[in-house]
Structures are given as C-alpha cells and as structure tokens.
Design a protein. Structure first.
Length: 415
C-alpha cells in the first residue's frame, strides 16, 4: 500500500509541477516530461532484456549447485546466523544458500552476479509464503539487506575516478582513497537496516551465535581494508578486480567440480536451470516500467531541483556548512536510479573536480548506497509480491542514516 502511494505521488506531483511551470510560461515542460516517460518505458524493457542472459547463466549454475548439494552446504554453514535473521525460514532450506551467495556477490561489488542470485533467493522464499501477494518477514529482511548496499569493493566508482583524474590532469591522485570511508558508511547503513527490520519484526539480535560471526567478519574486513588502503591506486584497483573475478569464478568451478564428483549431468542441469532466466526477466518488465517511468517524470518535471533548493535553504538556516550539498543529489537519485546517480556523480566530479570535497563525497555516496526503489521493484516484482508492508520504510530509514553517515565520514576523512 505504501508503494502504491509513493508511485501515485510521483505522477501527481510531476503533473502539478509541470502545470505550474506551463502557467509561468515554460511551454516545453509537458513535452519534456512526456519524452522522459516514453524513454523510461524503453529503458525498462532494455534493462529486463539485458538481465535475461545473466539470469539464464546464473540460474543454470545455481541448478548445478542444487543438484550437487553445494547449496545445502552453504545453507548449513550459515544456518546459525540465518536462523536468527530469518526465523521463518526452515533449517537447511535452499533459500539460505541463495541468500548467502547474493550477499557475498554484493560484498565484492559484483552487481551483475548479485541480482540473479538475489532473485533466485526471493523465489525460494516465495515458496514459503502463505500469502503470495504479501511480503513475508524473511523477504523483507532480505530485500532491506540488499538495499543497504553493503559493498567491500566499489570497483566501478574507483575506475571512474581514475579516468576523470587523468582527463583533468590531476597528478598524484589516489582513486582508491574512498575505499575505507565507503566501507565504513556502508557498514553503518547495513547495521541500521538490520536493526530497523529487527525492531519491527521483534527479532533479538543480542545472541552470541549472531554477534561472534559478525565480529569475525568485521575483523577480516578491517584487515583487508587496512591492507588495500596502503596500496597505490593502480595496485588497489588491480587487486580488487582480481579478488572479485577470482571469487565468482571459484564459485562457478566449485559448482561444476561438485557436480562432477556427485555424478550430476552438469550440462543438462545448467540448461534446465537456465530456462527460467527468460521467465523471470519477462515477469520483471511491468514492475520496472511502473517504477522507472514514475521516477523519470518526477525528475523531468524539475522536482529534484526544487527539493535540493529546499534542503540548501534549511541547511543554511541551521548554520551548518553547505559545501557538501553538491553531492546530495547523488544520494537522492541513487535511491531512485543507479544510472541516474552515476551520471550525477560524474557531473559533480567534472564541475567541482575529482579531487574536491564534493567529488570525494559523491564517490562515497555512490559506492555505499543502493537503488532502493529499483531493488524493491525488481525483487518483489519477480515473485509477484504487491504488498511490501514495512520494507520500504525500513529501507528508506537506512538510506537516510547512510546519507548522514556519508557526510560525517566524508568530513572526517577529507576535511
């Protein structure tokens, strides 16, 4: 129901804004909004089409993993943690392994791999759903974990910064200097995401079986962060790319070898699983069209610019520094559109300089946040869930705290 009001609000507010601008003499606003609407519909289909091949690939490998028993092994390994975060999922259920692999892919910044793995996890969780059109507690927790955007390696952001630094002639520039602050911000966002959902669902997080693995993970991530932060930009980017590629290919090899050992016909299993890729992609299209079109008309009507003017006025009135404001549109757009936020990030870096404080902060925000409305539309849309309950509120709470954390951490590291 909340998503219904949000979606309707995008269109109504955009129309009202366009009408006001037309009455003020801007006769190009309605054609601009209409063009954005149709372009977004086309883009939605292209995104779903591009997902088809990747979906088929990963669903194929996942089927091999299922028949070889690898997914059961993943589920047993993470069961002590998962049973507390997802009390509604039975022990050893296939959804636990799929969720673990999705989270691992997100940690490594492997978005193309994480999405199909996440959709597979949602399908497994949907099999436990007694009300197919209403999100379960487990689905909400999993979705909010994805919108928290926990990423160990913001590879694409570092690559963009390095390219712009060369273009702008910046010497001695370390494009990987945002690595550690990005990790700190995304970790804070994740904690808030888990805490908000746990509070609504009355999940007790103060358990040794949950806290000890999290402490170990924090120690490992801290050690890796310390090591990578001491490398040059070129070496850090090279190692991060190697870690990501090696990790995902190792998982693929594990599935294949385990299948061969268990005498699974891996080719037939892959084909059988890959057949579902097209079905999932087609199911996503209407949800993507609905959400991306609403976002497009909201932006084309100039409402994002008006929102920024209001934020700037409030910040200045409170006597707070305003030098972080140029990066705020990246955060606001990232909630709505990943590609739009990436474009805004590049715009900030080109206008203010890749080594400037707004440029650094925009990179941190881009690397530590996720496209909440996109993830919500795709993940719930893939299984036909229409009533998302408290998922959107918890995700937006984490996004808000993440933005504040990004600004504070940005000042701590770069000011």
């Amino acid at each position: 129901m909340v998503l219904n009001y949000v979606w309707l609000g995008f269109f109504i507010s955009a129309f009202v804004a366009a009408l006001v601008q037309t009455l003020m003499g801007d006769f190009s606003v309605f054609p601009r909004v209409m063009t954005a609407l149709f372009d977004a519909a086309q883009t939605s289909f292209e995104i779903a089409l591009a997902l088809t091949g990747m979906m088929a690939l990963w669903l194929g490998f996942m089927r091999i993993g299922e028949r070889a028993g690898v997914m059961d092994g993943f589920a047993r390994g993470v069961e002590p943690v998962m049973r507390h975060l997802f009390p509604g999922v039975p022990r050893g259920h296939a959804a636990q392994g799929a969720m673990t692999m999705n989270i691992s892919a997100n940690l490594l910044g492997l978005d193309n791999a994480a999405t199909p793995l996440g959709l597979k996890a949602m399908q497994e969780l949907q099999a436990l759903n007694p009300e197919p059109e209403t999100a379960t507690n487990a689905q909400i927790m999993f979705m909010v974990l994805n919108t928290a955007g926990l990423t160990l390696i913001p590879t694409s952001v570092i690559a963009i910064r390095q390219t712009l630094a060369i273009k702008q002639g910046v010497t001695g520039f370390n494009a990987a200097d945002i690595f550690l602050p990005t990790l700190v911000v995304t970790a804070i966002t994740l904690v808030v995401a888990i805490g908000s959902v746990a509070w609504v669902q009355r999940i007790n997080l103060l358990r040794a079986s949950l806290l000890i693995p999290l402490a170990v993970l924090t120690a490992v991530l801290g050690a890796l962060s310390w090591w990578l932060a001491g490398l040059s930009a070129a070496d850090a980017s090279r190692w991060m790319g190697l870690i990501g590629a090696a990790a995902i290919l190792s998982i693929v090899l594990l599935f294949l070898v385990a299948g061969a050992v268990r005498k699974v016909n891996v080719y037939d299993a892959f084909v059988d699983g890959a057949k579902g890729g097209f079905d999932v992609a087609v199911l996503i299209i209407p949800y993507l069209v609905a959400m991306l079109c609403a976002i497009a008309v909201f932006r084309a009507a100039g409402l994002l610019d008006w929102l920024m003017h209001g934020i700037a006025f409030g910040v200045a009135a409170a006597g707070l520094p305003t030098d972080f404001l140029p990066a705020v549109p990246v955060a606001l757009m990232k909630v709505l559109s990943g590609s739009g936020a990436r474009g805004l990030m590049v715009d900030v870096m080109e206008h203010y300089g890749v080594a400037s404080f707004p440029g650094e902060l925009a990179a941190i925000i881009q690397g530590s946040t996720e496209t909440t409305f996109y993830v919500l539309a795709v993940y719930f849309g893939s299984v036909g869930v229409k009533h998302v309950r408290h998922a959107l509120a918890c995700a937006l709470t984490a996004d808000g705290v993440g933005l504040v954390a990004a600004v504070v951490v940005g000042y701590a590291f770069f000011k």
